[in-house]
Design a protein around this ligand. Structure first.
Ligand SMILES: NC(=O)c1ccc[n+]([C@@H]2O[C@H](COP(=O)([O-])OP(=O)(O)OC[C@H]3O[C@@H](n4cnc5c(N)ncnc54)[C@H](OP(=O)(O)O)[C@@H]3O)[C@@H](O)[C@H]2O)c1
Length: 343
């Protein structure tokens, strides 16, 4: 059985949005290790894709440790996983990864903002992988993005490409999983599209809306990540549709009141930027719209995902988009606290 060194307890602060009222003590839970005494480590088990991977591993009887920036005492997974800091300080990383057999890495940043950069995300990821190699982690499963090598002019994709190239040259045993557009519980993008379609009178489709997406369920991504032994593998769902069709399906499912109209991308960005300022979030970036418009979230390979977006949508239509999920609050909290005083 491996336990986290006591010093690490102090590195993990409970995050205010993940702490029960009146409960502010962080207490580490040592998950029971599997037969060989080793853990599967997953970044972000209290967030989106990392959560699904952790759940998939637990279902298969693995002992799971999450590397997260903050503890989540109220999270249903909290009692089932070991917790260690996702802190890119080299010594801390090595402690977090000790006793780990396979590292599932979901860490990335969605956009650059006040000190958070894609160059930094690349450097942090390499730091994470080097620490894993140094402490004897046997294998790395890295979550990348569809077409990571096809858009070096977009920093999100360029950074993903750089990390893939580093791994390929590293000599570390690894698999690379390239998801398209991921949907499922705890997602941000689909939920917030539904929120806008419910709450706003007009939804402006950037450009023509005829570019393609191929949504994949987060459970399929997790299964593919856990089952893939090696190589570069796309994680894409069974349906390909235009972005306009995706938005329209969400609008119908949630009985949204928004009229959906196509319009210039620049107008869409301006509207989203004003709305974003009102609600204190970054809703979408110019690069994300550019990536969408090039149909980068689609693959040519045979889809490995089996769960249909449309089925999932209908199962979740009652709750989808009822509340807005803020990317800034979830992932750029230090920035939000520093600039707004919100805690
Ligand atoms: N969501 C999609 O549709 C989609 C599509 C294609 C590829 N991907 C890729 O799949 C992976 C997982 O995506 P996700 O949407 O599931 O991400 P996520 O759960 O929001 O975050 C994944 C991990 O990155 C950390 N993180 C996120 N934003 C950060 C920031 N600004 N600064 C520092 N750390 C940050 C999180 O930290 P905590 O542990 O503290 O939460 C978590 O460990 C990413 O590599 C992403 O590029 C996602």
């Amino acid at each position: 059985m491996h336990s986290i060194p006591l010093t690490l307890h102090r590195c993990l602060r409970p995050r205010p949005d993940r702490v029960a009222r009146g409960v502010d003590l962080f207490e580490i839970v040592n998950g029971s290790s599997r037969g060989d005494g080793l853990f599967a480590a997953v970044t972000g088990a209290f967030s989106f894709t990392g959560r699904a991977i952790a759940e998939e591993l637990l279902r298969r009887g693995e002992s799971v440790r999450t590397l997260s920036r903050a503890d989540a005492p109220d999270d249903p997974l909290r009692g089932r996983v070991d917790v260690a800091p996702l802190d890119f300080e080299p010594t801390t990383l090595r402690s977090s990864l000790s006793g780990v057999d396979t590292l599932y890495n979901t860490y990335w940043v969605r956009f650059e903002r006040r000190g958070v950069t894609f160059a930094g995300a690349v450097a942090n990821t390499i730091e994470l992988f080097e620490a894993a190699r140094d402490v004897g982690v046997r294998r790395i499963v890295h979550i990348s993005v569809a077409n990571a090598d096809r858009a070096d002019d977009l920093p999100y994709f360029a950074g993903k490409h750089q990390v893939e190239q580093w791994l390929a040259a590293s000599g570390v045993e690894h698999a690379i999983i390239r998801p398209t557009l991921v949907f499922g519980s705890h997602d941000i993008l689909i939920n917030n599209l539904a929120w806008m379609l419910r709450r706003t009178p007009l939804f402006l489709l950037p450009g023509t809306g005829d570019y393609l997406v191929q949504p994949v369920s987060v459970r399929d991504v997790a299964r593919i990540a856990v089952e893939t032994r090696a190589g570069v593998v796309d994680a894409a769902g069974p349906e390909t549709m235009s972005f306009a069709a995706l938005v329209s399906a969400i609008g119908d499912a949630v009985r949204g009141r928004a009229r959906i109209v196509a319009g210039p991308r620049s107008v869409g960005l301006t509207i989203n930027s004003i709305l974003g300022r009102l609600i204190g979030d970054v809703i979408v970036t110019a690069d994300e719209l550019e990536g969408l418009s090039r149909s980068l979230l689609v693959t040519k390979s045979e889809p490995r995902g089996t769960e249909r977006f449309i089925d999932w949508l209908h199962e979740h239509e009652a709750g989808l988009g009822r509340s807005y999920t803020s990317e800034l609050r979830r992932n750029y909290r230090a920035d939000v606290e520093a600039t707004t005083g919100l805690g």
